[in-house]
Design a protein around this ligand. Sequence first.
Ligand code: AMP
Length: 114
Amino acid sequence: MAETVFSKIIRGEIPAKIVHDDEQCLAFHDISAQAPVHVLVIPKRPIESLEQLSASDAGLLGHIWTVIPQLARQLGVSESGYRVVVNCGRDGGQSVDHLHFHLLAGRPLKWPPG
Ligand code: AMP
């Protein structure tokens, strides 16, 4: 997998506003926020996209899916609501080839997305 900006954030080589850090994943504010709350949750292990996942990643994914609602509570949006988005591949709008979960909140989000 090619080096990405997220690998550099994991290694602390470029700054990020980190809101969660544990053995398996990291969460930080998106540099180009699309909502008042826009956080990215990423696995520390480099995984390019949803397409690279296998059954052996189930534990990691379960962990990330429990961190996300914890973060929503921490950021004060669990009651107002939020959306979790994973873009996959070019047509899916993925621009950074390191799996990431967008947590978007703080305003009513439109549906369907563009
Ligand atoms: P995606 O388009 O789904 O691949 O999302 C990639 C996201 O990474 C975009 O929302 C970018 O704004 C965000 N991003 C890119 N570089 C950085 C960075 N250095 N720090 C924080 N977020 C970033």
